[in-house]
Design a protein around this ligand. Structure first.
Ligand code: ATP
Ligand code: MG
Length: 189
């Protein structure tokens, strides 16, 4: 069976949190998608320079725990299996072999960065972009991208905040799904 419409939600997920869960739920509610694929970046090249990103296998396990059971959602290791930097356009090319259409699902913070992505002008011709709100203002979509907004109550949470505030076990429960906690605590670094 070929897939008609696929949503692609990529990220570093260090760790996955309730903001990601809310975004995936909101995307599923649009009824635009037959499937939503979450890709865990093997080498998140735009985050090089940050102290230490947890190993891909740990981020994958955390994403599987976090997003397990969400409507339409499958977690994929395809960007981890692929060598080299995780370029979205390579993932889109792979997915277009199975799907008629691929939409990127991104948080509003990434909208203004789209033109910095690898082979951005080519990518812009291949996908539409569904933008999920994030606190901090309206998304600024660069010229040339076809986009739409996905309705959601903004969730004020980021992986950076969780990493920087070192929440204890109890506080972590406010930020990440239960199944993520032992995996995250096992790799505090
Ligand atoms: P970091 O702080 O390390 O950048 P993050 O919380 O932004 O982490 P990422 O793994 O970078 O998480 O993001 C994956 C995707 O999820 C991106 O499209 C990002 O915009 C989106 N996203 C992350 N947090 C939220 C949130 N609170 N609400 C909506 N979208 C979010
Ligand atoms: Mg981010």
């Amino acid at each position: 069976m070929t897939l008609r419409r696929l949503g692609l939600f990529g990220g570093t997920f260090d760790p996955p949190h309730f903001g990601h869960v809310a975004a995936l739920r909101a995307a599923a509610r649009t009824h635009r998608f037959n499937r939503i694929e979450v890709t865990v970046a093997g080498d998140p090249y735009l985050k090089r320079g940050r102290d230490s990103v947890r190993p891909a296998a740990v981020r994958l396990a955390m994403a599987e725990a976090a997003f397990d059971g969400l409507d339409l959602v499958v977690v994929s290791d395809r960007e981890i299996r692929r060598a080299g930097p995780s370029y979205t356009i390579d993932t889109v090319r792979e997915l277009l072999r199975e799907a008629d259409e691929v939409d990127l699902i991104i948080g509003a913070d990434l909208a203004s960065q789209l033109d910095r992505w690898h082979e951005a002008s080519e990518l812009a011709t291949m996908v539409r972009v569904g933008v999920v709100p994030r606190p901090g203002g309206a998304p600024a979509i660069p010229v040339g991208w076809v986009s739409y907004e996905i309705a959601m109550e903004p969730v004020d949470l980021s992986s950076t905040y969780i990493r920087d505030t070192h929440p204890d076990h109890e506080n972590l429960r406010e930020f990440v799904p239960e199944g993520v906690i032992p995996l995250y605590e096992g790799f505090r670094g």
